[in-house]
Ligand binder design. Structure first.
Ligand code: UDP
Length: 196
């Protein structure tokens, strides 16, 4: 595997990757089948993590840290860094869905208010013909064990988690080993955006 360049802002790491390279890394991750997660870095997350060692380590433990926020691009430019383009979480999520439809990756949508993940699933399946969404579940569940069992039973290749930050990242890091899903990604309010 190629080494990915990393830039650090207030101790928070961001990968120097454009969209195409990110998608290639994702193919590698899915083929490896070793649970890895993606985090979208924006100035808001950097400010939250700046003085929170635990959150900082949690974000930095992601396999891919994408340059989601425009502010990250500015920071890179001002400090002579190499990040040239944003890779936003919403764009990456949709590109992963497009790729999943082509390659047959199974997708699970977790998070957002009841009904939203179902709606987003319907829209995504319409847009990316053949997309296999094996399960959906809202992000306001009481019984986490039940949700974990359901995801395990559906054995997706990709799990999107839309529960806001850092809640989604905490859910991912706590459960990724048990879930044994190759690729997990926190996507914030993306299902709401997809549903308009
Ligand atoms: N959400 C959730 N469970 C929670 C709290 C939030 O599923 O316990 C969902 C919420 O419905 C929304 C998303 O998480 O769809 C958070 O969106 P927001 O834009 O706040 O996230 P950000 O991208 O700013 O982290």
């Amino acid at each position: 595997l190629r080494k990915i360049d990393i830039e650090t802002y207030f101790g928070v790491q961001v990968c120097v990757l454009d969209m195409n390279k990110t998608l290639k890394e994702i193919d590698n991750i899915i083929n490896e089948r070793k649970p890895s997660f993606i985090v979208a870095i924006n100035p808001e997350k950097i400010m939250k993590a700046k003085n929170d060692e635990k959150l900082k380590n949690l974000l930095n433990s992601a396999r891919l840290k994408i340059a989601d926020g425009f502010g990250v691009l500015i920071a890179s430019k001002l400090s002579g860094g190499k990040i040239k383009t944003r890779v936003t979480g919403i764009d990456l999520m949709q590109n992963i869905c497009e790729r999943s439809a082509k390659k047959g990756y199974k997708v699970f949508l977790l998070g957002a208010k009841p009904g939203v993940a179902e709606n987003a699933a319907r829209i995504l399946k319409q847009r990316y013909k053949g997309l296999n969404i094996v399960g959906v579940k809202d992000g306001y569940f009481k019984d986490e064990d039940e949700v974990i069992s359901d995801i395990k039973a559906k054995s997706p290749d990709i799990l999107f988690v839309a529960m806001g930050s850092p809640k989604q990242e905490l859910f991912i890091t706590k459960n990724m080993k048990e879930l044994n899903v190759p690729l997990l990604m926190g996507v914030g309010g993306s299902y709401d955006v997809i549903c308009g």
